[in-house]
Design a protein around this ligand. Structure first.
Ligand code: XIL
Length: 653
């Protein structure tokens, strides 16, 4: 093992976020739909980082690995492959999802990117999958397949799988699963990816347009753990942030909680929700005072079918329209109640109440099961028979949304005539009722297609202005067919022309939000549709957006120290929350690290550490790495008077 960097995160400290991209030997840029994980190729040039953990298992040490999946039979041990080479062996696996897991929190620190490389093989055949797992702040596990179903008969090499996490994640691991044969691992290495500085001398996009509209972007939890990525967000885009997926119905609606609530109360019209997936995003917005676009409440896509079914069962009957109306009202009520309870200080200034309800012809979607964004069917139409659910959604949103939260209908291909007209009609009608404030224009463009040209978008905006509502560009990106110099130049011209059009209509446009920041992490990565490349460098598209405009002088938001979703500290060092600081506070910190099942947050011992205790105890480099033994050491130093304060603002080594 080389340079072991011990930085143990307290099990029980905080929840979610990840960055995953890879150069696996057979994996090209690919998007895994669902839980916000992007696999993309990373340029080889940026892969020479410092090695922080490396083993060929010759020393027989497998202590950084354990059995994932919790069966009693799997054994992780040192052994040999069929050629007699020393390797890690996972044997006795009784379920497909049992397998060897490597624990990042033993050697890695949050907000740092790592390349993970290793070789693996199944004993008899390889039908294995490389997956990633973490627990969020509420202890809910999130897992995702990274490289799926690799079927080779030989060793498979995973090279430079990019991983990072925030201090809101616990029990972060990469594991192998699939089949029940023995799995071998060899040559396991974790390298720190060198931090690429962003170009600080560039003009800030949001400052350039400060007099016109807010400039924003969408981010996913993986972005939060990359320092360079977030430096770009802060510099250019933090006028408005949208959660890329985590505030959508499938992230917020909790099937188990819905079913349990139904079982306990007999009420199946009060959907239960959780923002655990969105908390890292919301914590960032809170800390940095960034206004949030809430995206989205009512949508045919990324909405589970069980939400529309009797007993919240996957195979239940479709519910009646009457029942669905009740569910819709309570869902919207619970959504906003929970959001404003958790984040009373965040400026939820806009909300996409209904997303993508019209076809390009302006008709309702076909009734049916949920699909992905695009031309698929709608379960809302299935239950309601038509698009009448839209009006109800706006009624309820107006009733329950916080004051100051403007309500939007949001759609893509907004330039197709049928859709433009349907949006205008809807806006007029609901504006008159007082339930709608604006239209969200997704603006997902493809510069090689005929539509939209900037002048056509200009005409469309003029037409929409007749509805007399606010307009926001909500998901701007523009793909090119092939990454050639010529296409990049066209992309620059397109962005430049579109920004001129937006500027011309700035009296009616209150925000221009891009759908992402760097091409490699875009949902349409293959079309390189954004303003920055995977090395955080401005593309010509950026220069098209900024042009020769000057930055305006605007006040910078004041950043608050992060509590990672934890309460503010009451008494620094007071891990057991007893009101004072004693030796048993240091002991509790060490116990909670060494034996999290008993003493960690949610541990079973009655004297386990609490969320308040964790907030109090995080005195060493507060907010950067959760609780470590160094926090305990600081307290001991304080008790023997070798330091005089535990307040992080007075912190010294
Ligand atoms: C996209 C996300 O970026 C992807 O990660 C996800 O797999 C699918 O949804 N219109 C919308 C957005 O309103 O919510 C969609 O976001 C893109 C199209």
């Amino acid at each position: 093992m080389i340079g072991k960097n011990y930085r143990k995160l307290l099990a029980g400290v905080m929840g979610a976020a990840m960055a995953l991209s890879s150069v696996a030997s057979t994996t090209n840029a690919a998007f895994i739909a669902g839980e916000n994980i992007t696999l993309s190729t990373v340029s080889a040039a940026s892969s020479s980082g410092s090695v922080i953990y490396s083993t060929d298992f010759e020393d027989g040490d497998v202590s950084y690995f354990s059995n994932r999946g919790g069966d009693d039979t799997t054994v992780i041990s040192s052994g040999t492959d069929e050629k007699g080479n020393k390797v890690l062996v996972a044997s006795g696996r009784s379920k497909d999802w049992n397998g060897p897991a490597f624990h990042f929190d033993k050697v890695c620190k949050p907000y740092t990117e790592y390349y993970v490389s290793f070789r693996f093989k199944g004993k008899y055949y390889t039908g294995n999958t490389v997956s990633f797992q973490y627990d969020d702040m509420d202890g809910t596990p999130h897992y995702k397949n990274l490289i799926q179903n690799i079927s080779t008969s030989d060793w498979y090499t995973v090279k430079n799988l990019k991983i990072s996490f925030t201090d809101e994640m616990q029990n972060v691991s990469v594991y192998l699963e699939g089949g029940q044969d023995d799995i071998y691992i060899d040559d396991f290495t974790v390298e720190e990816v060198p931090v690429v500085p962003i170009e600080d001398d560039l003009k800030s996009i949001r400052k350039v347009y400060a007099d016109d509209f807010k400039i924003g972007t969408a981010i996913t939890p993986d972005n939060l753990s990359s320092k360079s990525f977030m430096a770009l967000v802060e510099k250019h885009f933090n006028g408005s942030l949208t959660a890329g997926n985590e505030m959508k119905p499938d992230s917020v609606l909790n099937q188990t909680a819905c079913q349990n609530y139904f079982e306990e109360t007999g009420d199946d019209e009060d959907p239960q929700i959780s923002f655990s997936a969105a908390k890292p995003f919301l914590n960032y917005c809170k800390k940095n005072h960034v206004p949030v676009r809430v995206h989205t409440l009512v949508w045919h896509s990324q909405t589970p079918d069980w939400f529309f079914k009797e007993g919240y069962k996957d195979d239940g009957e479709w519910v009646s329209k009457e029942k669905m109306l009740k569910r819709m009202e309570n869902y919207i009520k619970n959504y906003f109640t929970e959001l404003t309870k958790l984040y009373p200080d965040v400026d939820f200034y806009a909300c996409d109440v209904v997303n993508e309800a019209f076809t390009d012809q302006g008709a309702p979607r076909n009734p049916g099961q949920q699909g992905q964004s695009g031309s698929e069917n709608s379960a809302w139409v299935k239950v309601f028979g038509d698009n009448s659910f839209i009006e109800y959604a706006f009624d309820y949103a107006r009733k329950y949304a916080p004051k100051g939260c403007k309500l939007y209908y949001n759609d893509y291909n907004e330039w197709s005539t049928g859709k433009t007209n349907a949006m205008i009609e809807l806006a007029k009608k609901l504006k008159a009722k007082g339930t709608l404030d604006g239209l969200g224009l997704q603006c997902h463009c493809n510069i090689t297609s005929l539509w939209p040209q900037a002048f056509q978008y200009d005409n469309m905006l003029t037409a929409m202005e007749a509805a007399g509502v606010d307009l926001q560009v909500t998901e701007f990106d523009a793909t090119i067919e092939k990454a050639t110099e010529e296409n990049y130049a066209k992309q620059k011209t397109f962005f430049s022309d579109m920004m001129k059009v937006f500027e011309k209509h700035s009296d009616s446009i209150s925000a221009v939000v891009f759908w992402g920041v760097t091409d490699d992490r875009s949902w349409r990565a293959e079309g390189v549709p954004l303003l920055f490349d995977g090395d955080y460098k401005a593309k010509s598209a950026y220069y098209g957006v900024v042009g020769d405009r000057e930055e305006k002088d605007i006040p910078e938001p004041v950043t608050e120290p992060t509590t990672g979703g934890y309460p503010a500290a009451k008494v620094w060092g007071d891990a057991n929350d007893s009101g004072d600081v004693k030796m048993n506070d240091a002991v509790l910190i060490m116990q909670s690290i060494a034996n999290s099942d008993e003493y960690g947050e949610n541990g079973s011992d009655p004297n386990h550490i609490t969320a308040q205790g964790i907030a109090n105890a995080d005195v060493y480099e507060n907010g950067t790495s959760g609780l470590t033994n160094k926090d305990a050491l600081q307290i001991q130093k304080y008790l023997i008077h070798s330091i005089t304060s535990l307040d992080p603002k007075d912190f010294t080594e």
